[in-house]
Design a protein around this ligand. Structure first.
Ligand code: FES
Ligand SMILES: [Fe+2]
Length: 443
């Protein structure tokens, strides 16, 4: 299929058992995704704990659009486009901080953290009908929060955030409620970049077939060092005999549940991390009989919950998927603290959140780059995703969740159906000015 032709044949690109290579390689498909998916759908932007106090701000992105997430002096949230209303320069270069005002470093236009233009240097030169009120920072018109997670969409016709999340909502609750206070706090991140399309990471997030092979060296190293029955050992031999399953949650969201593959506490199966014994001893001393329950908050939740199109909740941390171009993607791994847990637990959570991303993600990223290289062969057009298709081991529950053994490729087929629906729809994107934003609290 020639470059560019893909957008005219979208329906043909996603078939029940296979997808066309061009959805990973075609620049026109990528540009349409940046509007219809990373604009038309609800996109994860940040967590409220990253802007906890009035006047806090944080840099973020919505697809290719740089954003400043701000909390104004009254506590209201805004997602401002980081794009000067004068001649388009990025206004804020800091990643986070506290500021009431943002001054563009090019010609000095200055904005409030609500996005209003508050000062223009040498104003006497402007025409009589130039009003500051019409030149604020454009912003994301619809925001929504769910258990502190902030989402935004440019599509006023998108469903409510609660509807969009659907059965993924209670699974987010399960992740957050492992924290003793029922609240989490997102801390700093570890950054990686790979030369491949963003959907290679999305495919992988619902892929329970790959760990046995892609992470084989990690599994072997793990067992040699620490013995069997450690996290990842469940993928060693026959993953589908363990009860682990994958699920298509609808709207592109996916779930992989590894919990049935483990027969001990998560803490017991967690691989050793630096300081494990010392921190555990502190907790045992401080918490006595409750120590085992307190320690259980430290390791991963043994789930992979993927909130389409850009948030992966994995283990005890978040990962965000940021497209850069059709063949380049940033992956950020965010440490997530359990508010109200002892500091020792949160240090352990941080060490554990460094474990798989440091030792396992390089396997995945290397394979994403190999896939992108293979996808460059124009004459070999199709990517197979047929495992489990039509198999009677697939179950559909009352809420529409399709669940199947963990090595089946149903979650990928499910998210690509949702992708196709979004990509085929007529989406009208819009921006707002200060004072025009709505923010819905879904939970
Ligand atoms: S581009 Fe920002 S003040 Fe000119
Ligand atoms: Fe992996």
């Amino acid at each position: 299929m020639p470059q560019g032709a893909a957008m005219n044949a979208l329906d043909a690109l996603v078939q029940p058992d296979r997808v066309h290579r061009s959805i990973y390689t075609d620049a026109d498909v990528f540009n349409a995704e940046m509007s219809k998916v990373f604009g038309g759908a609800w996109v994860y932007l940040a967590h409220e704990s990253q802007v906890p106090d009035p006047n806090d701000f944080l840099a973020s992105r919505m697809g290719l659009r740089p954003l400043i997430i701000t909390r104004d002096s009254d506590g209201g949230l805004h997602a401002l486009f980081n794009r000067c209303a004068h001649r388009a320069s990025i206004v804020c270069q800091a990643e986070c901080g506290s500021a009431r005002r943002f001054q563009c470093s090019y010609h000095g236009w200055t904005y409030s953290n609500r996005g209003d233009l508050v000062n223009v240097p040498y104003p006497e030169g402007y025409p009589a009908d130039f009003h500051k009120a019409g030149h604020g920072l454009a912003q994301v018109p619809r925001l929504g929060t769910y258990r502190g997670l902030i989402f935004g969409t440019l599509n006023l016709d998108a469903p409510s955030l609660a509807e969009w999340l659907g059965p993924a909502g209670p699974l987010i609750d399960g992740f957050v409620d492992r924290s003793p206070s029922g609240r989490i706090a997102v801390r700093n991140c570890q950054r990686m970049i790979y030369r491949g399309n963003w959907k290679l990471a999305w495919d992988n997030a619902g892929d329970g077939l790959h760990p046995t092979f892609a992470h084989r060296s990690f599994v072997i190293l793990n067992e040699r060092q620490h013995g069997g029955a450690r996290s990842l050992s469940q993928f060693k031999a026959s993953p589908d005999d363990t009860g682990m399953y994958g699920a298509d949650l609808g709207n592109g969201h996916m779930f992989v549940d590894q919990r049935p593959g483990l027969h001990q506490s998560f803490w017991e199966t967690q691989r050793p991390v630096p300081g494990r014994e010392w921190y555990a001893a502190q907790i045992e001393q401080a918490c006595g009989d409750d120590a085992a329950d307190v320690l259980e908050v430290a390791p991963g939740s043994m789930i992979n919950l993927s909130i389409f199109p850009n948030l992966l909740i994995k283990g005890n941390h978040f990962e965000t998927v940021d497209p850069v171009s059709v063949a380049e993607t940033r992956l950020h791994t965010w440490m997530v603290a359990a508010e109200g847990a002892p500091d020792e637990v949160n240090v352990l959570r941080m060490r554990i959140a460094e474990d798989f991303p440091s030792l396992g993600n390089p396997d995945d990223l290397e394979l994403f780059e190999r896939c992108q290289e293979g996808l460059a062969i124009a004459e070999v057009e199709w990517v197979d995703m047929s495992k489990g298709l039509g198999h009677d081991a697939e179950e559909v529950s009352a809420d529409g969740v399709v669940r199947a053994p963990v090595t089946y490729e149903g979650p990928m087929r499910g998210y690509l159906r949702a992708w196709l629906e979004l990509m085929s729809s007529d989406v009208k994107l819009t921006t707002a000015a200060a004072g025009e934003v709505t923010c819905e609290v879904a939970a």
